[in-house]
Design a protein around this ligand. Structure first.
Ligand SMILES: [Zn+2]
Length: 304
């Protein structure tokens, strides 16, 4: 486990899920009487999380919020375990994600289909009791004794994605709504079922928040200015759409071939591909990103 206290007292934790270091960041906002845990991680983090809870003495807080950006099993799979060991914890999630927490069986099936062996590595989520979940619809403000967490719907990566802005301080927890970010390299997380129009609109709404700092799920606090980071993610998506479109027009249609072409031209994606070898839980991720965008573009073309 790696812990750092980085920005305005927010703890950034890497619980090294499934033996994978440098892949998933969990953020813990410690108020005077309440605490918020953003993107707790997969089921495989349950043991490490129990240690972290003791270490930070999380049980002393009157209110505990588990703020999920979305229900994908790498972000939220440990939630069922957490509500058991934290009896006063409430889970915040977009209303469209609630049913997948209450009954994770469908989510687990589709995770097995999309992630294969990786899903097993991350672990099957436990159900979360309905009365422990708060379904978010529009923008919502959560009081954190002296601070405030503002939940903003940011669909695109997933239709039920929510980002959270911490005020004061302006730290935006962006989950997967902007980009994956490894050592200064970034690319949008366009896995199926990605929606590029919604994603671009969400980037605009996050820009309007004028965040002072961005923290992503994969991985960590972003060194760049937020507006530059968001603009780079937008530019990358548009260049991918253009590149994949021209490959399709030239008769290349297999996702594997499209992936190889994009990989050969994109140094940031190629960097992430090399990281896959060091990170068991990350394997196959760069392929899924390009295949997801290709599938989105193909669906779009069929309906035009
Ligand atoms: Zn995700």
């Amino acid at each position: 486990m790696r812990i750092s206290s980085a920005f305005n007292g927010v703890v950034v934790a890497d619980l090294e899920p499934s033996g994978t270091t440098g892949w998933l960041s969990t953020y813990i906002v410690l108020g005077s009487e309440s605490v918020a845990i953003v993107d707790p991680g997969p089921k495989s983090s349950a043991e490490a999380f129990a240690e972290l809870i003791d270490m930070l003495d999380v049980r002393r807080f009157k209110k505990v919020y588990i703020a999920l950006t979305h229900v994908h099993i790498d972000h939220a799979g440990v939630t069922g375990d957490l509500v058991e060991i934290l009896p006063n914890a409430l889970v915040l999630v977009h209303s469209r994600g609630v049913k997948h927490l209450v009954d994770p069986s469908k989510l687990w099936q589709s995770s097995l289909e999309v992630l294969g062996e990786n899903a097993k590595l991350l672990g099957e989520p436990k159900p979360v009791p309905q009365d422990r979940i708060v379904g978010l619809v529009d923008r919502v403000r959560i009081e954190l004794s002296g601070a405030e967490l503002v939940g903003i719907p940011t669909p695109g990566h997933a239709p039920h994605h929510v980002s959270y802005l911490l005020e004061p301080g302006g730290l935006l927890f962006a989950g997967d709504s902007i980009a994956n970010y490894f050592n200064g390299r970034l690319y949008p997380v366009t896995v199926h079922p990605f929606d590029s129009e919604e994603y671009l609109r969400s980037l605009d709404s996050m820009l309007k928040l004028q965040p002072k700092k961005i923290g992503v799920a994969h991985y960590g606090l972003v060194d760049e200015e937020p507006e530059v980071f968001i603009q780079r993610a937008r530019d990358k998506l548009i260049s991918w759409i253009y590149h994949i479109g021209s490959l399709i027009n030239s008769g290349i249609s297999k996702p594997e071939d499209i992936y190889q072409h994009v990989l050969s031209r994109d140094v940031e994606l190629a960097y992430a591909k090399r990281l896959e070898e060091l990170m068991p839980a990350f394997r196959g991720s760069t392929y899924r990103v390009i295949a997801g965008l290709h599938s989105y573009i193909s669906r779009k073309n069929r309906t035009l």
